[in-house]
Design a protein around this ligand. Structure first.
Ligand code: SF4
Length: 66
């Protein structure tokens, strides 16, 4: 799985950080998302999918490997 974030869409809600803190963080200055791990290991997939689902700004895009 590859993860991408759109900083322009992100509104700093922080929901992604709550459900997948190993993959997402927020910038101290403005709360905009920081992608810590663009290729997370399989055990994190469920949390990353949930983060993408609950992001209020649809700023997280997932590319699932076949
Ligand atoms: S949940 Fe979405 S809007 Fe909120 S910090 Fe994460 S990427 Fe940004």
């Amino acid at each position: 799985m590859n993860v991408a974030v759109d900083e322009d869409k992100c509104c700093g809600a922080g929901s992604c950080v709550l459900v997948a803190p190993e993959v997402f963080d927020q910038r101290d200055e403005d709360g905009i998302v920081l992608l810590l791990d663009p290729s997370p290991p399989e055990p994190r997939y469920a949390a990353v999918r949930e983060a993408a689902d609950i992001c209020p700004a649809s700023a997280i895009t997932l590319h699932e490997n076949p």
